[in-house]
Design a protein around this ligand. Sequence first.
Ligand SMILES: Nc1ncnc2c1ncn2[C@@H]1O[C@H](COP(=O)(O)OP(=O)(O)OP(=O)(O)O)[C@@H](O)[C@H]1O
Ligand SMILES: [Mg+2]
Length: 205
Amino acid sequence: MPRGFLIALEGIDGAGKTTQAKLLVKWLKSNGVEAVYTSEPTESEIGQIIKRHLRNIRRRYSEEAIALLFTADRLYHIEKVITPALNKGKVVVTDRYVHSSIAYQTVTTGRRKWIEQINSIAPKPDLSILIDLPVNQAIKRIKTRRKHLYEKHRFLTKVRREYLRLVKNGQMTLVDGRGDRLTVNKRIVDRVYEKLINKNIIFRY
Ligand SMILES: Nc1ncnc2c1ncn2[C@@H]1O[C@H](COP(=O)(O)OP(=O)(O)OP(=O)(O)O)[C@@H](O)[C@H]1O
Ligand SMILES: [Mg+2]
């Protein structure tokens, strides 16, 4: 059975995940690699509860309950989208994955060990890229967007710290998110190219 390759793009709100995930899929396809874009939270019922929670000021569920829902939504994502695509040998680019839960829900619940534990059920990504951007710059990029719960400066500073911790302990690869879209795209492509060559998914030309 051919097995594909799972790439997660991560970062604080406004870091450029969606922009870069789409540019990466475009680049992969233009190099003859079958690639798919997908994102979390998903469109499932569980994903919709999560999205509603993030938009609302008044919280209906505890942060622990939301942490469990993020994980449940991820299991749905894995079963319905990620695994089938990987089994077809595709490269899956997911806009947020398990390290989002570890970074954000560690901050919202203060229970790092427990968050790591519940998320250990998800298969590890082959490559998890942190698009790192100073909080001020990220907020500036999304300031026209309606603010939701997770977009506060102090909060995002803590989340960024959690992500950087994951880089330090070797679970994530850091990419500088500053600069224009194509500059950041080139940095990401360099990291991905190196990995895919090693796996013979892409060939030197
Ligand atoms: N390199 C860049 N320079 C300037 N603006 C950018 C850059 N990359 C993305 N943007 C713009 O910044 C905003 C945020 O980018 P994007 O939506 O890709 O971030 P995100 O990480 O997916 O955010 P969220 O976590 O809220 O989904 C968008 O309006 C996007 O067009
Ligand atoms: Mg996005």
